[in-house]
Design a protein around this ligand. Structure first.
Ligand code: SAH
Ligand code: SF4
Ligand code: F3S
Length: 484
């Protein structure tokens, strides 16, 4: 399958569609006597978050205003995730809910994009059960969204655009409206070649393709000049990055860390097979690279890892984890674990628990294995019964919750720099942010440090020192001691 690099010249049709839509929505706004709005519902990972920022950028240029949450809007886009069955169920549930909206307003547009559209059964289900969805397009063709949107407006028939090609479109060619004023999501590579036997991502996101390092560094410099404090380098396997002239991930990581305006350089998701000692050395030598490594384990049993097509064993994994702990002593390791992969025995599962204990993960995303039709594991014999999976899952959660709590407890009494993410969702007077090690912190601002006229939300993107006072299962409490 070919990988097609899209250039500026290839986007004339898209630009034309964009200006036509601008006119269309402006006329619609006059007709309705109000502004025209859009709402994007994003499921799944940071790659989808990044894609949604591009959809927002395009809709913003067409003159639309964003509304968030479950609010109804003139254009509603569902940016979907296919990684587990429950992510898919959520979409179908929510599509059912917007049906009534669509009935009362014939100008309303409903679109579905994202990874679910790459599974033919899903597209078929949308066609049959949700015929009022106006357009369906896949993540590889996000840059052509304005063309599809224009073509779908006023049509009775559902417009479906799914390609078998993989495109690479540089971020500079797509308008981006970033969600957070301090954090820039910067995809550096797309797709996955690993075909772990349980996983849908290689089918949904296509083959690996990396951006040119010159295009990445240009974007990073622009972001620094715009005042972004945190940059998040993204890729399904971010450290499998391969530049056109043989550049590898360490070069991209260093290039980002060299930009002193960035207080935080983060990266997601790294595959254990590509976490070299060199990467860990770089992490330990730059003070603005997060001291947090996401190292997805999946299973602690060599037999299961082999069946999963994960090309490392327990010993390799532990070696990497220990090296990181040694070189980055205040650092944190997070992981992804699947419970109940086909054929997993009690002994295999105990292997996972042992690795979890030995690594003392600071946090973990734990999942019950979900059959993904079309993947190799879907047809494997010995699918583990549901009750066995939930029982094992409970044991894993109990162990991991204890480890996460201990990791938070170890912070109590210390003072560290926090990048403020905004107001806490539960208490308006409390701010929330993260340490360099990615620990979530909720903290108060003493009266004397408050800036007159500033509301809690205005602190977003600022740095401060916080003294940690109390540990919770998933966060640390503290109080600000210095605003920077
Ligand atoms: N590329 C990343 C992971 C992307 S998907 C990596 O390899 O590390 C995020 C996580 O979802 C995976 O790490 C895995 O733990 C989980 N996952 C993927 N497919 C799954 C499935 N079929 N059932 C349950 N969990 C799954
Ligand atoms: Fe899925 Fe494996 Fe690729 Fe990660 S490396 S996206 S788990 S196939
Ligand atoms: Fe989901 Fe697609 Fe990300 S399947 S996890 S949104 S790459």
């Amino acid at each position: 399958m070919a990988i097609i690099k899209v250039g500026k010249g290839d986007l004339r049709g898209r630009d034309k569609a964009m200006s036509e839509l601008k006119e269309y929505f402006s006329a619609l706004s006059s007709r309705k006597g109000r502004e025209i709005t859009y709402n994007i519902r994003t499921y799944g990972c940071q790659l989808n978050e990044s894609d949604s920022e591009k959809l927002s950028g395009m809709l913003d240029q067409m003159g639309l205003t964003e509304v968030t949450g479950d609010a109804s809007a003139d254009v509603i886009i569902f940016n979907t995730c296919a990684v587990r069955e429950n992510a898919e169920d959520r979409l179908f549930g929510n599509l059912g809910i917007v049906k009534a909206d669509k009935k009362t307003d014939k100008d309303k547009i409903i679109g579905v994009c994202g990874c679910m559209t790459k599974v033919p059964e899903n597209v078929e289900k949308i066609r049959k059960s949700f015929p009022y969805v106006d357009l369906v397009f896949d993540p590889q063709q996000l840059h052509l969204f304005p063309v599809y949107l224009r073509d779908a407006i006023g049509k009775k028939k559902q417009l479906v655009n799914i390609t078998s090609e993989d495109y690479i479109v540089d971020d500079s060619l797509v308008p981006i409206l970033r969600k957070r004023k301090f954090r820039a999501l910067v995809p550096i590579m797309y797709g996955c070649n690993n075909f772990c036997t349980y996983c849908i991502v290689p089918y949904a996101r296509g083959r690996e393709r990396s951006r040119d390092i010159s295009e990445i560094t240009e974007e990073l410099n622009t972001l620094a000049a715009q005042g972004y404090k945190e940059v998040m380098l993204l890729g399904q396997n971010v450290n499998s990055y391969k530049g056109t002239n043989g550049e590898r991930f360490p070069e991209v990581l260093k290039a980002a860390a060299e930009i002193k305006e960035f207080n935080r350089v983060r990266f997601m998701s790294s595959h254990p097979k590509d976490v070299s000692d060199e990467i860990i050395e770089i992490m330990s030598s730059y003070s603005n690279i997060e001291t947090h490594l996401h190292l997805p384990l999946q299973s602690g049993s060599d037999r299961i890892l082999k069946l999963m097509n994960r090309p490392y064993n327990r010993e390799d994994y532990l070696k990497t984890a220990h090296y990181f702990r040694q070189r980055v002593p205040d650092g944190a390791i997070s992981t992804d674990i699947i419970v109940g992969f086909p054929g997993e025995t009690e002994e295999d599962f105990k292997g996972t628990l042992e690795v979890v204990k030995e690594c003392a993960f600071d946090s973990a995303f734990t999942f019950q294995y979900s059959i993904r039709p079309g993947t190799k594991a879907a047809t494997m014999e010995d699918q583990v019964p549901h009750d066995v999976v939930t029982e094992r899952f409970g044991r894993l959660l109990e162990l991991q919750n204890d480890l996460a709590f201990k990791s938070n407890q170890a912070k109590v009494g210390k003072t560290e720099e926090i990048l403020i993410e905004g107001q806490s969702s539960t208490a308006p007077d409390i701010l929330t942010g993260r340490t360099l090690s990615n620990h979530l912190v909720n903290f108060t601002i003493p009266e004397e440090l408050r800036v007159p006229g500033k509301s809690a939300d205005d602190y977003e993107g600022m740095l401060c020192d916080v003294e940690f006072t109390h540990a919770r299962p998933y966060s640390v409490d503290g109080k600000m001691v210095k605003l920077k």
